[in-house]
Design a protein around this ligand. Sequence first.
Ligand code: TYM
Length: 339
Amino acid sequence: MKSTILTGIRANSELTLGNFLGALLPMVRLANTHSADSHINIFVPDLHSIISAVDGELQQNVIKSLKNYLAAGLTVNKNIHFYRQSRVPAHSELCWILNCVASMGELNRMTQYKDKSEGKDSVNVGIFDYPVLMAADILLYDAKYIPVGEDQFQHLELTRRLAERFNRKYNEIFTLPAEPKAQIEFMSTGGNDGIRIRDLQNPEKKMSKSNPAPNSKIMLSDEPTVAAKKIMSATTDSLGKIQYDMFNQPGISNLLQIEALTTDTPLQDVISTWAGETHYGDLKQKVAESVRVLLEDFQTKLAEISDQQILDLLESGEIYANEVANQKLHEAQVAFGLR
Ligand code: TYM
């Protein structure tokens, strides 16, 4: 049986360089390497999108979001499957079944839920249940590798736990996704943790589209020279040495990480190249140029992709996804006594 590599990015708004380097580009690189012998499922979690406000028109954003993969260099073949979560009803069905396996306590501990609900008077149930739907997205397809940024690892662990609990209690139905460590090795980013591209002004935090400060983030639609300037003005430190130390030098480490990912070079090689150097300006100039070239190339390709290309891919992808997902859902329903 072919294994499945699966990922999704919500279509709420424009993507940042963090989404791109943390999730999209690793998926494209893995897909291009493995699509001869694995299924590559790239879906838009549009049901996850509606937990919060969507900028613009959701359906149009979905198409835009999928275009990003092609513009980032994804080579399409019969093993690449594009689909919308909402067009495969088995996701919501399995989510409900898994809701009856998950506990309130474990969902309460999810840091993304804590972050998204902090300081709010009223929080919708979708935000709370987000990780269970995510588990369904993964388990329906027996996906082993899930290229996502580090902020999603807690959800992957929950997915493993729910699958394990279900299998133990009912029947051995679900394939457990690989452990986070194995996911990282598979994504071969080097380093000890997953990818978390940092806020350029405050590198303690992750780069996020929700930060209103324009210099804190690079958007994929940024004019490439403007993006390069943002790198030049990134916050660093006063230690005067270039080394990878996310704890004491998050700004410099972030630049090294960005350089490795934009130039498709192992992080360790980038670290060695700069070891012993002291001029932060030189590093910034190199990274700024790498980001400029990446964005220029990406934006040129993006302009050449038509909506129709994506709609055609969705049509065949959704037939495939429904077939696979319905079969797994059926097994889960039988195990639960629903059939
Ligand atoms: P979303 O749209 O919030 O995030 C999309 C992806 O971008 C990654 N990411 C980052 N990576 C590195 N540095 C950053 N600063 C950064 N900011 C965001 C996220 O880790 C994510 O991989 N829950 C998923 C969507 C989803 C999903 C799934 C993914 C729903 N179901 C099933 C895989 C499998 C999410 O975070 O989307």
